[in-house]
Design a binder for this molecule. Structure first.
Ligand SMILES: O=P(O)(O)O[C@H]1O[C@H](CO)[C@@H](O)[C@H]1O
Ligand SMILES: O=c1cc[nH]c(=O)[nH]1
Length: 237
């Protein structure tokens, strides 16, 4: 039985899913990092693949942009495909003392979205990463000698024309990355009993006006993907 947004059959999706926003990044990761990758989703062109990494089954699927899209896929993965671990492989805008290409391990995700409040009686949920996944990513970074920072990030609903004071508020609260999904993914993961982590590459600097090329955001994030796959292979949680 397929679901409204996934045409994968039961069993075709692994219990561990990498979730980049961009479906073409998903295709690139499947081709470059997974052994024997097979296409398992094409519905809406939200490309998904399942293969193996060091003998473990791993899937990779685009999530689209923004919490509503990401939440649809994460919910269907958790409820209908038995997925247990979701790692977002994303890009973000950087604020303050970060540089393009830096890797952030999102410990917590603040947000301007109402998504978690809608599910949590209007209260503020602490949207946080799964601790064991976060620790596995920190350990993998150490073992692979990859520089990655544990960070607070901010998930916004507005890529354009958001709060004009956002950057100064983020700096004040020691938040260094802005993207569009992690807070919703973390809240949803808590409710669905799934373990989640967002790993983000800084693709833009919001104060310095620096930007990665779109092709690099699609295909140039190999260090981050290698770090995540290594962490997942060693994660015992
Ligand atoms: O590169 P991805 O994973 O899509 O992540 C970031 O890029 C998109 C905006 O350009 C948003 O989805 C944001 O969260
Ligand atoms: O959401 C995002 C992603 C990348 N860069 C940004 O500035 N914002």
């Amino acid at each position: 039985m397929s679901t409204p947004h996934l045409d994968a059959e039961p069993g075709q999706i692994a219990d561990t899913v990498l979730l980049p926003g961009d479906p073409l990044r998903a295709r690139h990761i499947a081709r470059e990092f997974l052994d024997g990758a097979m296409e398992v989703n094409t519905r809406r062109n939200m490309l998904g693949y399942t293969g193996t990494f060091r003998g473990q089954r791993v899937s990779v699927l685009g999530s689209g942009m923004g919490i509503p899209s990401c939440a649809i896929y994460a919910t269907e993965l958790a409820r209908f495909h038995g997925v247990k671990r979701i790692v977002r492989i994303g890009t973000c805008g950087g604020v303050g003392d970060v540089a393009l290409g830096d890797i952030l391990l999102a410990q917590s995700a603040s947000t301007d979205s109402r998504f978690n409040r809608l599910q949590f009686g209007g209260h503020d949920l602490s949207a946080c990463a799964d601790f064991d996944l976060l620790r596995a990513a920190v350990d993998a970074a150490g073992q692979l000698d990859i520089r990655a920072s544990v960070a607070g990030v901010f998930s916004t609903d507005s890529f354009y024309d958001g709060d004009p004071h956002l950057v100064e508020r983020l700096v004040r609260h020691r938040i260094v990355g802005v993207e569009m999904e992690s807070a919703g993914l973390y809240g949803l993961a808590l409710r669905e009993g799934v373990r989640a982590l967002s790993v983000l590459a800084v693709s833009d600097h919001l104060q310095r006006g620096e930007h990665m090329a779109p092709e690099q955001r699609e295909q140039g994030l190999s260090t981050m993907v290698a770090l995540v796959l290594d962490a997942l292979a060693d994660d015992a949680g």
